[in-house]
Write a protein that binds this ligand. Sequence first.
Ligand code: 7RM
Length: 655
Amino acid sequence: MADVTLEALLEEGRTFAPSAEFVRDALVHDGSLATAADADVEAFWAAQARDLLDWDQDFHTVLEWDLPYAKWFVGGKLNVSYNCLDRHVAAGHGAQVAFLWEGEPGDARAITYAELLAEVCRTANALRALGVEKGDRVALYLGMVPELPIAMLACARIGAAHSVVFGGFSADSLRDRIKDADAKLLVTGDGAWRRGSVVPLKEIADEAMAEAPSIERCLVLRRTAHEGVPMQDGRDVWWHDVVASQPSECAPVPMDAEDLLYLLYTSGTTGKPKGIMHTTGGYLTQVAFTHKYVFDLHPDTDVFWCTADCGWVTGHSYIVYGPLANRTTSVIYEGTPDHPDKDRFWSIVAKYRVTTLYTAPTAIRTFMKWGTEYPDRHDLSSLRLLGSVGEPINPEAWVWYWQHIGGGRCPVVDTWWQTETGAIMISPLPGATVAKPGSATFPLPGIGAEIVNDEGDAVSIPGGGYLVLTQPWPSMLRGIWGDPERYRETYWSRFFGRYFAGDGAKRDADGYYWLLGRVDDIMLVAGHNISTTEVESALVSHPAVAEAAVVGKTDETTGQAVAAFVILRSGNEASHRLVGELRDHVAEVIGPIAKPKSVLFAEDLPKTRSGKIMRRLLRNVAEDEALGDTTTLADPNVVAGIKARYLADAPDDEE
Ligand code: 7RM
């Protein structure tokens, strides 16, 4: 297929409607869900809760809203693991594969719903034998092995809340999270595979536990089987010693709809991590609803692959709870996209005949940088739907994904949501929504969103400002663990009565929502607010650029000036001529006001462990300040390298 350039597409005013073929089998191909939700939003969510889930006891009240505290499905009782497992097995689907797991070294396991249920029961019994009771917190610190979702479901089965800590976090991060949650048990592993080497999880966990006295027992999974894993007598036990011998039945504990399901810590840019609280009935309703309709899930034929790690909310909602509640067959992959080679994702898509792929813009831009030879090596014809989450997706990356991964055949759903929202909030419905590359399109049925100005007034269309959510939603966070004041302050004080998401956004003349990045990152150049996302997207629309990050740098004349950091697509050379070309290109696409004052070519950008660009650190570099807190970085060397180059190549201040 010939390369389509973004400008050509957008100049044509081209939009992307789903194909007739996709629409024919789509669960949603009109506005009927939205019409129902608009007519009576509580009745709409109540109907979803009853349609999608099995309740041990029906709820008597849909919503109690005592701003900023919501209770959904009050009086209802249900068990999440029952809804994810037992009911599917009881309905005759025990032999269906729940997880197609692929280990990084190439080993693989297919786990059916019946097997998953038995293993979850054995694990739940083992947790009880180790002293875990309903209402306790359990910390999970593992790589992407099947035992991670198994342990999550085992907690849910007995009414303990889990707190998953991403396996790439340090001992200090793990310690802080264990202490804040007051977790009683830690589940970890001997190690985790990462690019062919072993991350010594147990040693790191030992360091954390030494300063986290709430931990009474530690359950250790053997994964890498390396020598000399330290085990402390009386505290540490091997998974294979205590789980395998447990009975494979364990009655699910009926939980109140508002009982805590899990804590998940988000590390904001300032202050200590916040323990985001998610509860049972509302959370499961909205993750099941969004997983079914946003991904047009056909449980008998789809193979769903969400490439996130279970250490992030995306893994909680779209590897574990949503897919299993909907009886999905999912792929889980343990490793990185470049091991052993840069085509690993595409070999997995081809091997398992993946139909639905859900990944992040950071990954897509990396694939663009690597070039099309890697996807071109594999048969990707099983794909029928593509998703994106985590950051704004630049239009150029959207089109690349659509064309080179989706073969021009698959709708792309750009899904906006947060750890705090629990589930997708703004997204196309793939059989009904006409997409525009780079826009998350519209709030889903049952979700109220608005864009407001500094005073909190809704802006007219077209226009931009702050994204707020105007009404409670079932999977909303129920608070910050142990800190109700911070909950109110962070989310509910900026605009009275509305939830402040912290993102900038605009709506175009057709009412489409365009996310513009975190409001802390917005630049102010000569009195104009300039969004990082828009300048970055302009840069990425140049054929030489794979990825870009921009920040505001103090400037004598304009207050702030745009400083750009650019990664080139393979086959392009950095040059002074290209700097000039890129600056002119931005001026042409957006306007002279957005023209970067400096452009630095980099090998990589500083990113969080979940792949989001950390512009704060690039601002430190541009301002020649000491680097702030770098503990949430995936690779601290990246920013040090950029800093060294920035100083060597000090941008010249002449126009
Ligand atoms: C799911 C997740 C939340 C923040 C959010 C945004 C950004 C996420 C999109 C997006 C533009 C998207 N949870 N974000 N998805 N921005 N378009 N489709 O990422 O808590 O880790 O992050 O991520 O800034 O506020 S999160």
